[in-house]
Design a protein around this ligand. Sequence first.
Ligand code: FE2
Length: 129
Amino acid sequence: MSELYIQRDDWKKEKHMPVIEVPENIQAGEPFQVKVSIGKEIPHPNTTEHHITWIDLYFHPEGGKFPHQVGHYAFTAHGEAVAGPNQGPAYSLPEIVVSLKVTKPGVLHALASCNIHGLWESSAELKLA
Ligand code: FE2
């Protein structure tokens, strides 16, 4: 049986890679914001035919066995309209800003889905001050 095919690459060269931005000096139990975006260096298309459909964010605490899902963020407007594809008035952009707090250091994982090109994953270490 094969595993789920998840792609990883350099976000500066690959337009599908999620970019995770975390602040420095995160304190245990104190809220902070994380930004996740797709296409920071090379924009990904955002059309009815080709777009990012969602981002999942997970936190895997240091020493823990399992990742914890922080959230699922869906992007559902891509120019769809009665008049036809790409004629609609709304386009959701593939970026999120999430507020969260953690009690342990660990790793954030962002998983993004392109409707044509599959799943893409990146990670960022969360250190506590
Ligand atoms: Fe794509």
